[in-house]
Every structure is written in structure tokens, then in C-alpha cells.
Write a protein that binds this ligand. Structure first.
Ligand code: DX5
Ligand code: ZN
Length: 219
């Protein structure tokens, strides 16, 4: 699955930019609060407006403090998957329950320096695990391959029935790095600059999906 990140899109033409990626599986929306990360993007009112103009399932990545308070609003608005950061969550299990009760999938994200193991018990309540492969905050950064160990561990836990999450990766995914991530066991690839900086975003999505599928076959 490919989830283009609109962080690299033209913010003055977001409805058109969603249309440009209509063939994608999810659309990834990065919410930043200038506290949890050193950048500010958009929040619930913009997400609500975008939900009205697209049928692509929306994957909201909340890089914000106090997700215990704010995350459920994105689920109530109709986001398909709502991801919070483990580092910011006071009660991740309650957040997951609230998100699911509001009709969304629940996602938990870990920054590159955050180990996976302490979060495995909480992840039993989640639907997606978002492994960050850059420091969250900005698009266009270089892929950090050392997070692939966590991807492999998560893959093993899923394949052996210990977890039931979709493994998602975010940051620095392009036509080269997607192969490494696919081989390590990623199910869903977020790609911002690799899609929106391409001449033809729809073609870029197809090319990324093909490369990932081929790498998985070979893995
Ligand atoms: C970064 C965001 C990413 C970002 C990825 O904090 O979470 O979703 O858009 O951008 P690229 O694919 O350009 O690294
Ligand atoms: Zn993101």
C-alpha cells in the first residue's frame, strides 16, 4: 500500500492535490503542533474540509502533544486511521479504545530513537504501527535504514500471531529505499516528496507500488 503525504503538496490547492493521487490506497495527512515537533502544519478544521472533497481513506499522523485529548476528534471527523505518537501519549491503550469506539483504526507511531519492545503490550490494542524513518517534522529528509531492525521485529511479531497490526513506514521513502523497507516487511509506505515532487504523482505511486511488490517477492 502507498500513502502519499500531502505535506509535500501545494497547500493552496489541496483539493486538486488529493485528486492527483486518487489511485493511492490512503492519503497521509501530517498534523504538527510546533510543540511535539518543531514545525506547524494543519489541524482538525482543515482535515474536516479535506474529508469532504475526497473518498481516499485518510491516514492522519498526529505529531502533537496531548494526543489523549485531541486524537479522537480526527476519528469522529471520519479519518480512516488516526496515528498518535507513543512518546506523547499518556494512556495509549485508552486512546486506541477511544479511536476505535469513534469508528477509526488506531495507529501508534515511534520515532527513530524509540525502541519497539516497551510498546508491544500497548500495540495489542492497535491496528497500525507507524515506524518513523526520519525525525518527524519535515518532508524531504534522508531515510534512516537503522530503523529496519524494528520493522523486522514487528513483522515477525505479526507473522507469528503476537500482534495484529499493519506495519507502516514514514520518511525518506523513494524508489530506492522502498525496496529495503519492503524486504524488511513493511505493508504500507508513506511517501511525500517522492510522489508530490514527481512530474506525474499518479505514475510515481504506481512505480513505487511495483518496486515494493517486486522487492517483497524477492525477499
Ligand atoms: C515527516 C512526516 C512525513 C513526511 C514524509 O515528519 O511525518 O509524513 O511527509 O516526507 P518524505 O516522504 O518526503 O520523507
Ligand atoms: Zn507522516
Amino acid at each position: 500500500m502507498i500513502a502519499p503525504s500531502i505535506l509535500s503538496a501545494d497547500f493552496a490547492r489541496l483539493a486538486d492535490e488529493l485528486e492527483a493521487v486518487e489511485g493511492s490506497d490512503w492519503v497521509h495527512v501530517d498534523v504538527m503542533d510546533a510543540h511535539f515537533v518543531p514545525n506547524l502544519t494543519l489541524g482538525l478544521p482543515v482535515v474536516e474540509a479535506l474529508l469532504k472533497v475526497t473518498d481516499i481513506p485518510m491516514d492522519c499522523h498526529l505529531m502533537i502533544d496531548d494526543p489523549d485529548r485531541w486524537a479522537v476528534g480526527y476519528a469522529e471527523a471520519g479519518a480512516y486511521n488516526v496515528t498518535v505518537h507513543a512518546e506523547a501519549a499518556a494512556d495509549p491503550v485508552k486512546i486506541a479504545r477511544d479511536l476505535r469506539a469513534a469508528g477509526a483504526k488506531a495507529g501508534l507511531s515511534i520515532k527513530p530513537g524509540t525502541p519497539l519492545d516497551p510498546w508491544v503490550p500497548a500495540l495489542k490494542h492497535y491496528d497500525t504501527l507507524l515506524v518513523m524513518s526520519v525525525e518527524p517534522g519535515f518532508g524531504g529528509q534522508s531515510f534512516m535504514a537503522d530503523v529496519l531492525g524494528k520493522v523486522r521485529t514487528a513483522r515477525r511479531l505479526v507473522d507469528t500471531g503476537h500482534l495484529n497490526v499493519l506495519v507502516e513506514i514514514d520518511g525518506g521513502i523513494n524508489s530506492d529505499t522502498i525496496e529495503l523497507a519492503a524486504e524488511a516487511g513493511v505493508d504500507c509506505f508513506v511517501a511525500g516528496s517522492a510522489v508530490y515532487n514527481a512530474d506525474d504523482p499518479a505514475k510515481a505511486i504506481t512505480a513505487l507500488r511495483d518496486r515494493a511488490a517486486r522487492a517483497k517477492e524477492g525477499a
